[in-house]
Design a protein around this ligand. Structure first.
Ligand code: DC
Length: 220
């Protein structure tokens, strides 16, 4: 059987994970799976249905009746493209809230493991190194200074025409870091065997090249 490799990337919001992972995927010709987007589309669906962010029979039913997949790198929710709807502050907070529910994580992790088992992939999120692909050949914890992460997110949101202040973005980044790292189910943390990559003073391109170099040295 052919052996595939996984590149697992964890880290907090705004650290540049998805930009870096996308660039690595392109350079190496492998698939990128944005697991945060999966929690975001589910958060969006829960918001739309006016649901509370806690376990319930309604949530179990919703999970059984939700399909999430990627086509050419774009995320689809129940067969509809949803990537353009999930980068708002409201959906960010909904994603963080729904990702703390164990039943949600179970469904997402199973789907992610399936997506990555039969091809070479780079996957980013919060629990990839320890839960989704503990056997991944390459593991990184990508982070950056909190102010710098907020600045990046703020620029991103401003470019999209969102009406937010830097202080609001900074406060939400801090709140999300706290939610994500203190929840009981798979809290965000650097895995013991993951390499720390601090991108505060690095461009995404430099970080991507660093990862590609490591992979190319091992995978011929
Ligand atoms: O990476 P992101 O900002 O798009 O992620 C959105 C939220 O989803 C984040 O607050 C935490 C959660 N998440 C998670 O718990 N596990 C993952 N593997 C990916 C994201």
């Amino acid at each position: 059987m052919e052996k595939f490799f996984q590149i697992a990337i964890d880290g907090p919001g705004g650290a540049g994970k998805s930009t870096i992972a996308k660039a690595v995927a392109q350079k190496l010709g492998i698939e990128y799976i944005d697991t945060g987007a999966m929690y975001r589309v589910l958060g969006l669906k829960m918001l739309k249905n006016g649901m509370e962010f806690k376990d319930s029979s309604d949530l179990r039913m919703l999970l059984d009746n939700t399909s999430i997949d990627f086509r050419d790198g774009d995320i689809f929710l129940d067969g509809e493209p949803a990537g353009h709807l999930i980068r708002t502050q409201e959906v960010s907070m909904a994603a963080s809230a729904c990702s703390a529910i164990p039943a949600v994580r179970k469904k997402m992790v199973e789907a992610q493991q399936k997506m990555g088992e039969s091809k070479n992939v780079i996957m980013d999120g919060r629990d990839i190194c320890e839960v989704v692909f503990p056997q991944a050949q390459f593991k990184f914890f990508v982070t950056a200074d909190t102010q710098e992460r907020a600045r990046r997110r703020f620029e991103e949101l401003k470019a999209k025409g969102e009406n937010v202040t830097f202080e609001q973005v900074l406060a939400q980044i801090k709140e999300r870091d706290l939610n994500d790292s203190t929840r009981e189910a798979s809290p965000m943390r650097q895995a013991d065997d993951a390499e720390l990559l601090d991108t505060t003073d690095m461009t995404a391109e430099q970080a991507a090249d660093y990862i590609c170099e490591k992979v190319r040295k091992t995978v011929k």
